[in-house]
Design a protein around this ligand. Structure first.
Ligand code: NAD
Length: 371
């Protein structure tokens, strides 16, 4: 039976295809953007993509910020906001992973208290994190002596144009291919069992799961496999679109705390936490996790057993792709676990988990098992 649901759509144009970057000048002309700021990372300067963007964008490119740091530190946002105001920027071109896109979203958001006409965001993702599809961003700040990543949801800052060019992902290193690919898969898992799941997000998540299951191992084995890279980028898009419409749960809340406070790279946190989050939710969410298990080709059997098999299958991926499997291997200090558990307990996303978590001790145990 169809359950009641709510579903929000955002005004976005998606341009997807190998070589799509070549269309950027045409898109910018159509949109009448005339004063652009590129927001990216040092790695895109090093691989020549900043120079390429300078050529493609010409005189319309009036500022380049290439110092994006992971987890979107407030200092990055302060600087880009200042430049955007000074240079009267009308579009932010976010080129890179979730961090560059996060800086662009946070910049637009901080401008919203200063000016009425916000710059549009044109996002060009080069990882599988999916942030380009959502109205949410996190900024890492220090408060009361604790460094924390705080999330904001603002529909006005959703990237208006998203340009997906699989050729830009060919140089994504193996570890980032694996970890950001697991991040995309985690969006699917938490979308299907979300407390705000809906028929559209479930469809998107299941198709993305199927694509990820086939394409991610191929991308890991051979980064230059354009067909696999294209499928995996499409999976990341669909997973991001699923994510945009639902509340995430335990997995994402814990990953945010591990990123913002213990500085674990987002994809690596996803790889460590996901199998444990699936196991934690396996009893309450068995009928939803079965759908993910089927998308992974797991044979039909008892529902909870299928959900547990899905967790083991993710663990196999993580092992085969040589990602860290324990928090200790990702630089987390054992003495920090009680504080991380406390922050996770206060985290709204954790509280949105379909299987309710009533005690901090449950989270401390959850973290210790992963340590
Ligand atoms: P990232 O953006 O931090 O990038 C990781 C590293 O990969 C960087 O050094 C970057 O320069 C490099 N890189 C990116 N693309 C590359 C390429 N093609 N070739 C070579 N190097 C490349 O990592 P991420 O996992 O993409 O994003 C994580 C961030 O995004 C976190 O802050 C996370 O919270 C956020 N996020 C937000 C949402 C959302 O909906 N708001 C969704 C997912 C992730």
């Amino acid at each position: 039976m169809t359950e009641p649901f709510r579903y929000t759509t955002f005004p976005q144009e998606i341009i997807f295809g190998a070589g799509a970057l070549a269309k950027i000048s045409e898109i910018i002309a159509q949109q009448n953007f005339s004063r652009l700021m590129l927001i990216t990372t040092h790695s895109q300067r090093a691989n020549g993509n900043v120079a390429r963007m300078e050529t493609l964008l010409g005189e319309k490119l009036v500022a380049v910020f290439d110092s994006t740091q992971p987890h979107v530190p407030q200092a990055n946002v302060d600087e880009t906001t200042r430049i955007a105001r000074e240079k009267n920027i009308d579009a932010l071109v976010a080129f890179g992973g979730g961090s560059a896109i996060g800086v662009a979203k946070a910049t637009a958001n901080s401008l919203s208290s200063l000016i009425s006409l916000l710059p549009s965001i044109l996002a060009i993702p080069t990882t599988y994190a999916g942030s380009e599809m959502t109205p949410v961003f996190g900024v890492t700040r220090e408060r009361d002596g604790v460094t924390k990543k705080e999330t904001t949801n603002n529909a006005r800052i959703v990237p208006r144009i998203v340009l997906y060019d699989p050729l830009l992902t060919l140089d994504l290193p193996r570890e980032l291919t694996a970890s950001t690919g697991i991040n995309a898969f985690a969006h699917c898992v938490e979308a299907v069992y979300s407390i705000t799941k809906n028929p559209v997000s479930t469809l998107l998540a299941l198709d993305a799961s199927r694509l990820t299951f086939h394409a991610l191992p191929r991308c890991y084995e051979n980064g230059n496999d354009v067909e696999a890279r294209t499928d995996m980028l499409q999976a990341a898009y669909l997973a991001g679109a699923a994510l945009a419409n639902v509340a995430m749960g335990l997995h994402h809340g814990v990953c945010h705390v591990l990123g913002g406070t213990a500085n674990v790279p987002h994809g690596v946190a996803n790889a460590i936490v996901l199998p444990h989050a699936i196991r934690f939710n396996a009893d309450v969410c068995a009928s939803e996790l079965v759908l993910i298990a089927e998308a992974m080709g797991i044979a039909r059997q008892n529902e909870e057993a299928m959900a547990l098999d899905a967790a083991s299958r993710v663990e196999d991926w993580v092992t085969r792709m040589n990602l860290p499997m324990r928090l200790r291997d990702a630089g987390v200090n054992e003495n920090d676990l009680p504080q991380l558990a406390q922050l996770a307990f206060q985290n709204k996303t954790v509280q949105n988990n379909p299987k309710k978590i009533a005690r901090i001790e449950t989270l401390e145990h959850f973290l210790r098992v992963m340590f």
